[in-house]
Design a protein around this ligand. Structure first.
Ligand SMILES: *[C@@H]1O[C@H](CO)[C@@H](O)[C@H](O)[C@H]1NC(C)=O
Ligand SMILES: *[C@@H]1O[C@H](CO)[C@@H](O)[C@H](O)[C@H]1NC(C)=O
Ligand SMILES: *[C@@H]1O[C@H](CO)[C@@H](O)[C@H](O)[C@H]1NC(C)=O
Ligand SMILES: *[C@@H]1O[C@H](CO)[C@@H](O)[C@H](O)[C@H]1NC(C)=O
Ligand SMILES: *[C@@H]1O[C@H](CO)[C@@H](O)[C@H](O)[C@H]1NC(C)=O
Ligand SMILES: *[C@@H]1O[C@H](CO)[C@@H](O)[C@H](O)[C@H]1NC(C)=O
Length: 489
């Protein structure tokens, strides 16, 4: 079975889905845990099961039909080399910040290349570290995780390390991402960790200080070919089906929606956002505070719902820079603004735990174009599925379908309805069990909620074929697998 089957409406597909629905029925009210107990041979985490590397190859063939006619063969550099990009610029720049660039990163990137459109002009910027690698056998890389021991590099070895890192990335790359490197659509840069107040050369966590810096989003790190719209992605995220960037060009930001809750706690976002907006202005001594949606509006009006998660999302660099200028984080060094710009800002962001919460508060306040909550749910999931959002805001089918048409895309049906209808059809029996059949374009941290209770694994493997690899290669994903195994005992 390959993932292409879900779009194939021939008898072959029907046979497969019948086989699958027999299994689905047999598992009755199965959540994924039960499925693992009942059908260990089709465990989500079993590499030898239904979705194998074959499906990757099938996808690879499918994607190569979009590829360049010229045979290019470049190695990684800090700049793009593909002549098409140099001529036409990037339709989107995928930003991947990771000091290590291990196997988890490679699967996340593979899922992007497998699903993003237009592919020819998709650029990838890797912001990484070239700290000296130290391990018992020099250059040895852990087979499963691709992790390597690293320590601070000296100036002298930087070039050597850059080349070694470039080779390592090319070796670890899965087939589609490897082709992107060979075609010169990928560039790699060494991030100056001290400039952006990051912990160390090889530890960028927490990256908020980097992303809250005005200069990071400008010409210091991005080239003229790079796009304004960025797909920001972490190694614990995955794209499940096509992301046509052209259908999202209007947004300043999109990321998975968060639970709509009112209250005093920081994660009760309907109250937290308007409250923060007020406090940020008070901190800067401003008395004239521009209006912000109320907590009731945020919790009940779908066009305002609290969103969105930054681990997998689209963001406009110019809007991010406007946000930082209007409301820099405290302190000035983190914001990267000049003393004069910083002093003039009518708003100062204090006590912001994470960059995504910071940006979406300011973007909302300054009137940046944001999608509605259901559109955000169609884009990505972290804690709330599209169905949960539809229920919470009592959305009707007409509205939901209009949003699908606006935001989804499939190669055989640019309106995206094919995906939607197929999911609803295949998932009919799932929804009667309280399981959500709608899989968004991407998922961030699938083990948060997604794997635990929502989706049967056969169905998930079909709709999101790269997820299992991302889960398997991530530290938290592996922890989740161990927990599942322990619970099964
Ligand atoms: C690219 O270049 C490398 C080294 O020069 C070579 O080993 C490899 O076969 C080339 N690949 C293609 C697809 O031409
Ligand atoms: C590419 O981007 C540069 C800088 O933003 C711009 O000057 C140029 O016109 C763009 N080229 C095309 C073909 O859009
Ligand atoms: C690194 O090299 C630069 C320029 O060659 C030099 O100015 C700087 O002092 C060096 N830094 C270290 C830590 O050696
Ligand atoms: C890194 O940033 C720091 C602080 O801005 C600066 O002093 C240093 O020269 C930079 N290092 C490199 C290699 O550019
Ligand atoms: C569906 O919802 C939209 C948006 O809330 C509303 O404008 C429209 O009237 C609704 N349509 C029906 C048939 O209820
Ligand atoms: C759903 O279940 C019914 C029986 O309850 C079955 O007839 C139907 O084929 C199933 N649909 C799918 C898509 O699995």
């Amino acid at each position: 079975m390959t993932i292409l089957l879900k779009r194939d409406v021939t008898g072959n597909h029907k046979k497969n889905s019948r086989r699958r629905s027999v299994r689905l029925l047999a598992s009755v009210v199965a959540i994924s845990l039960l499925v693992i107990l009942q059908f260990p041979s089709v465990s989500l985490f079993d590499y030898a099961s239904d979705v194998s590397f074959e499906s990757t190859e099938a996808r690879s063939e499918q994607r190569s039909s979009l590829s360049h006619s010229q045979q290019l063969n470049f190695t990684l550099q800090p700049f793009y080399q593909n002549p098409t990009i140099l001529k036409k610029n990037c339709s989107v720049t995928v930003l991947f910040v990771d000091p290590n660039l291990g196997k988890d990163s490679m699967w996340a990137l593979e899922s992007v290349v497998a699903n993003i459109l237009p592919l020819e002009t998709t650029c990838v910027l890797l912001q990484t570290s070239v700290c000296e690698f130290i391990s018992s056998t020099d250059g040895h890389i852990d087979a499963v995780t691709g992790t390597i021991a690293i320590q601070q590099a000296s100036n002298k070895t930087e070039l050597y390390n850059y080349n070694r890192k470039a080779q390592q990335v090319r070796q670890l790359a899965e087939p589609l991402f490897g082709k992107m490197i060979d075609r010169g659509n990928v560039r790699m840069k060494v991030l100056n960790h001290s400039r952006y107040n990051l912990k160390s050369c090889h530890n960028f966590y927490n990256p908020s200080h980097l992303l809250e810096n005005y200069h990071f989003w400008g010409p210091d790190e991005f080239l003229p070919e790079d796009s304004d719209l960025i797909l920001m992605m972490q190694g614990d995220a995955v794209l499940c089906h096509e992301l046509n960037v052209d259908k999202w060009k209007d947004v300043a930001w999109v990321g998975a929606p968060w639970p709509a809750r009112k209250g005093k706690k920081p994660w009760h976002f309907c109250s937290f956002f308007p409250q923060s907006w007020k406090e940020f202005h008070e901190h800067a001594g401003s008395t004239n505070i521009p209006t912000f949606p109320t907590d009731d509006q945020l919790c009940t009006d779908t066009s305002f719902g609290p969103q969105g998660n930054g681990g997998l999302g689209l963001r406009s660099r110019s809007w991010l820079r406007k946000s930082i200028e209007y409301c820099p984080v405290v302190s000035r060094t983190i914001s990267g603004l000049s003393q004069q710009q910083y002093d003039a800002a009518p708003c100062k962001a204090t006590n912001v735990a994470a960059e995504d919460i910071y940006f979406v508060t300011i973007l909302r306040g300054i009137g940046a174009p944001l999608p509605n909550n259901f559109e955000a749910a169609l884009f990505s999931m972290e804690l709330r599925s599209p169905n949960a959002i539809a229920e919470q805001y009592s959305l009707n089918q007409t509205f939901m379908e209009a949003m699908v048409q606006r935001r989804w895309y499939s190669p055989t049906d640019p309106s995206g309805m094919e995906y939607y209808k197929t999911m609803l059809q295949q998932g009919q029996n799932l929804s009667s069990q309280g399981i959500d059949p709608l899989i968004p374009i991407g998922v961030h941290k699938p083990w948060n909620d997604f794997l635990r209770k929502r989706i049967l694994e056969d169905y998930l493997n079909d709709q999101c074929p790269y997820m299992k690899h991302v889960v398997e290669c991530s530290k938290y994903g592996r922890k989740h697998i161990e927990e599942m195994k322990a619970a099964a005992k």
